[in-house]
Design a protein around this ligand. Structure first.
Ligand code: ADP
Ligand code: TRP
Length: 320
């Protein structure tokens, strides 16, 4: 069993990313061979700032290590550093119809946002298919927003295999078993996201304890005055209960006041994030180490990626 988890490079990683994506990856490394991939190539499909991109790529790699990803078991790579991703991308473009790419929801949304549309935004999901297929992975944990892209990866693998002969493993999308869906603390009907308008709803993974305490103490609740797990009528309170459960790993007890619940949530979030912050600070003192980890990851995954590309080149009719 081989898994690949992809991360967009972003500077604003939050509690949702840790509980929904990084922790499941850490847990999966006990049972599956895993690759953690930073999609820095994908980050160039919209307008970007080169120094910020470099910082974010290293930042996500640093955070993965701080969150407990063990580089001895999980290869951490950037898709730009393994050239087979880009090479296979082109071969896969040759089995993708223009209309298939143009009808992707994410393309429609992002291209409607105004400004010039990069051609790479259109081919974004083909590159994502390449990220997956080049490593012969069986499982890809993806959230709802990426399921259409995952489906395209499956379609392209199946089509290539049917036209040119068995070449790719057809991947399966999975929901990580232990993934929590953390909602925005200021607007608990929306998920906590780096793109949410206000920072008041988000707990950053590097927020100092004082900021965490303030954010949680200001979290939106309701006027019902009882602590119940009721997503429809008490989304704020329910989110706090779920955060507590996700952080401690055990069901939340009974609470008679919102204040007491918030105090326990603050304590649990702090207990979860304090060691992450500490390890992150140590790693940040040594950026050379993080670069080395990426180089090691690349060395580890490359032989299999090269073999896949060789197979695909031969199947599609290219000279070796
Ligand atoms: P964002 O919404 O902040 O832009 P991404 O879409 O980049 O986050 O997601 C990165 C990873 O983190 C994905 O695997 C996604 O499922 C997970 N994730 C993001 N937000 C949450 C959340 N609020 N709760 C749980 N998991 C989340
Ligand atoms: N598109 C994914 C996202 O926005 C990131 C990503 C790129 C990815 N390549 C991938 C995810 C391959 C899984 C597999 O989150």
């Amino acid at each position: 069993m081989k898994r690949l988890t992809g991360f967009q490079p972003t500077g604003n990683l939050h509690l949702g990313n840790l509980l929904g994506a990084m922790r499941p990856l850490v847990e999966a490394q006990e049972t599956a061979e895993s690759i953690a991939m930073i999609a820095d190539l994908h980050a160039m499909t919209m307008e970007h700032d080169p120094p910020a991109l470099r910082r974010s790529t290293l930042g996500v790699a640093t955070m993965l290590l701080a969150a407990g990803v063990d580089p001895a078991r999980t290869a951490i790579i950037a898709n730009s550093q393994v050239p087979e991703h880009a090479e296979l991308h082109y071969l896969l473009e040759c089995v993708t119809a223009y209309g298939e790419a143009a009808r992707m929801i994410q393309f429609k949304e992002k291209s409607a946002a105004g400004g010039p549309v990069r051609l790479s935004l259109l081919t974004y999901p083909v590159l994502m298919a390449s990220d997956i297929l080049v490593h012969d992975v069986n499982q890809v944990p993806v959230g709802e927003d990426q399921s259409q892209h995952l489906e395209l990866a499956r379609t392209l693998a199946t089509r290539f295999n049917a036209r040119y002969g068995e070449t790719f493993t057809v991947p399966e999308g999975v929901r990580p078993e232990s993934a929590a869906r953390i909602m925005d603390l200021a607007e608990p009907t929306a998920k906590m996201s780096k793109s949410s308008v206000s920072a008041a709803g988000r707990i950053g993974l590097l927020d100092p304890p004082e900021v965490i305490r303030k954010t949680i103490s200001r979290a939106v609740t309701d006027t019902l005055g009882v602590v119940r797990h009721d997503r429809v009528n008490q989304p704020g309170v329910t989110n706090l209960l779920e955060i507590l459960t996700a952080c401690t790993g055990s069901p939340a007890g009974a609470y008679s006041s919102y204040g007491a619940l918030k105090r326990d949530v603050t304590e649990a979030v702090d207990a979860l994030l304090a060691p992450v912050r500490k390890r992150h600070a140590e790693l940040s003192d040594d950026p050379g180490y993080v670069r080395e980890i990426l180089a090691e990851g690349k060395t580890r995954v490359r032989p299999a990626a090269l073999a896949t590309v060789r197979r695909a080149r031969a199947a599609i009719g290219l000279l070796d």
